[in-house]
Design a protein around this ligand. Structure first.
Ligand SMILES: [Zn+2]
Ligand SMILES: [Zn+2]
Length: 249
């Protein structure tokens, strides 16, 4: 009995994904691409609107979120509690910018994969203002396979690919093995941490030992995901772990 039920659910899930894909394809055919900012044709974010996307000029400690720091490194006061953890988070832009917020929403929840191009351009522009050390490798924050199946792509991987920094991009070493509830939906801090315990594993630590790693993600919400990723990487010998995100949600 339970087997039939789970099979049924799995099939239903697949049918849902197929229907969603058909819907998006049809929408594309009947409603050509328009700029999410000004509604002109051909680009998801036209050149002119892209120039209005703000670049964050001050970075903050990702732990206390109070102290201004260079490149968003963890401030000295917070360092002791996070030394086996993330070294810093560099935030490119403001989540409360209307166009950016809308673009991220279309990218993640309306599955507009092509938005990785203009969004990664924003990351590149922000990186130009940073003095972050050049990383040895780049790792996009992984998705659980169930979520990957649902979206059809990993938004962090697509950003990293479009960013094209000529630095090795590694997507098969850090895996997300626990399906977790989206962080946004979990307001309780303890629950959020429990939600992520053992969520990530390393398949092979040879390529991360003593390496300076740059994690890439779309947005930082509570920081719990990045902290857990960084912690797993550090436990497996990573030297430093910085992170680059579009915005703080
Ligand atoms: Zn426009
Ligand atoms: Zn701090």
């Amino acid at each position: 009995m339970p087997k039939t039920k789970s099979h049924f659910h799995k099939n239903l899930h697949t049918i849902n994904i197929i229907l969603k894909k058909i819907q998006t394809t049809l929408l594309d055919a009947f409603f050509p691409i328009r700029c999410l900012g000004c509604n002109t044709f051909d680009d998801w974010i036209c050149e002119e609107c892209h120039t209005t996307l703000p670049i964050l000029t001050q970075q903050h400690c990702p732990v206390c979120k109070k102290h201004t720091t260079n490149n968003g490194v963890v401030c000295p006061e917070c360092f002791n509690i996070t030394k086996d953890n993330i070294n810093g988070v560099f935030v490119a832009s403001y989540y409360n910018d209307k166009l950016l917020k809308k673009s991220i929403h279309y990218y993640k929840y309306r599955f507009v994969r092509d938005l990785s191009e203009p969004l990664s351009l924003l990351l590149a522009q922000a990186l130009n203002n940073s003095t972050l050390p050049t990383p040895d490798i780049i790792i996009p924050v992984p998705l659980h396979k169930r979520r990957l199946r649902w979206r059809g792509f990993n938004q962090a991987t697509e950003l990293a690919k479009s960013l094209d920094l000529q630095i090795p991009l590694i997507t098969d070493i850090l895996l997300r093995v626990r399906y977790t509830m989206p962080q946004v939906k979990m307001k309780n801090k303890i629950k959020r941490q429990e939600n992520l315990t053992d969520a990530f594993v390393i398949t092979n630590n040879t390529s991360i030992k003593n390496k300076n790693i740059l994690l890439i993600d779309d947005v930082i919400t509570t920081g719990a995901t990045l902290t857990e990723c960084a912690h797993t990487l550090k436990l497996n010998g990573a030297k430093t772990v910085f992170c680059l995100v579009l915005a703080r949600e």
